[in-house]
Write a protein that binds this ligand. Structure first.
Ligand SMILES: Nc1ncnc2c1ncn2[C@@H]1O[C@H](COP(=O)(O)OP(=O)(O)O)[C@@H](O)[C@H]1O
Ligand SMILES: Cc1ncc(COP(=O)(O)OP(=O)(O)O)c(N)n1
Length: 266
């Protein structure tokens, strides 16, 4: 069994952050490890506030995992402030995990910032170059490239620019498009389109967290990058499509649909 580590913030309502990451790893047959960067008060209706974990305690959590357990892949989510980013970058350089998937979480769908504006440059300069795959949504790709994105051509240009900043591959996610939910992957050689129908649903809380975690798990399980992204996209699509309504706002996806289906429990 592969061991996959999430470095992320919390969500007590279970839809995003560390909870979504760990459910996703388990749904992919991986052993879930997690390091917490921030304790977040949030639910399906929005973020109420958060407290950052100190850099010392983040470092100590990462050491506790790596000194004890072989880590096959790391997924990074909410990193909130420059000090958090700095300590994670130092630890990635120290332990050199074989796979790093970075979801550059900036603003929750409900509108609250999860990365302070002054950390955007730090993320771009010191964390992004350590990523094997970076998975920005459209607003995040706009912030990273400082250019508006309105079309597939703009998504391709953004992916190429972010690749040139040092990420080894970039998946620009299209979940915020009106027309469809097509994501575009650039790996320095060419563009791969992952075409997706848009599901009209309120169960989209944590889709970005789940997608990046599924990519990390699939890579740990030995898939190629394009196979990993394709399977992760299917996982999230089915998770949205088959979600149970939970909460009064934007609810979580169904993480175990594929497992239930295989077990005849749908
Ligand atoms: N309504 C939807 N229907 C189908 N797929 C979606 C929908 N919303 C998001 N996705 C997919 O979920 C993944 C996460 O996308 P996105 O919403 O852009 O990220 P984030 O959650 O980081 O804002 C992408 O693969 C995207 O295409
Ligand atoms: C702790 C934490 N991390 C990330 C997010 C954002 O989740 P994401 O999947 O990008 O999208 P939404 O949940 O905002 O739709 C979060 N809310 N909390």
């Amino acid at each position: 069994m592969k061991h996959v580590l999430s470095i992320a913030g919390t969500d007590p309502s279970g839809g995003a952050g560390a909870a979504a990451d760990c459910k996703t790893f388990c749904a992919h047959g991986c052993f879930a490890l997690n390091v917490i960067t921030a304790v977040v008060s949030q639910n399906t209706q929005g973020v109420r506030g958060y407290m950052n974990v100190t850099p010392e305690l983040i470092a100590s959590q990462i050491d506790a995992v790596f000194e004890d357990i072989n880590v096959d892949a790391v997924k990074i989510g909410m990193v909130s402030v420059p000090a958090t980013i700095g300590v994670i970058a130092d630890k990635l350089k120290q332990y050199k995990p074989p796979v790093v998937v970075l979801d550059p979480v900036m603003v929750a769908t409900s509108g609250q910032r999860l990365l302070v504006p002054e950390a955007e440059q730090t993320l771009r300069d010191i964390l992004l170059p350590l990523a094997d795959v970076l998975t920005p949504n459209l607003p995040e790709a706009e912030v990273l490239t400082r250019r508006p994105i309105r079309s597939f051509a703009d998504m391709e240009a953004a992916a190429r620019r972010i690749f040139d900043m040092g990420a080894k591959a970039v998946l620009v996610k299209g979940g915020h498009r009106m027309e469809d939910a097509t994501d575009i992957l650039y790996d320095g050689r060419g563009f791969h389109y992952f075409k997706g129908k848009r599901v009209e649903s309120n169960s989209t809380h944590g889709t970005g967290c789940s997608l990046s975690s599924a990519i990390a798990a699939n890579l740990a399980n030995g898939m190629s990058l394009s196979e990993a992204v394709g399977a992760a996209k299917k996982y999230v699509f089915e998770g949205i499509y088959h979600a149970e309504l939970i909460g009064k706002g934007h609810g979580p996806i169904h993480h175990f649909y594929q497992l239930y289906k295989r077990a005849g429990l749908e």
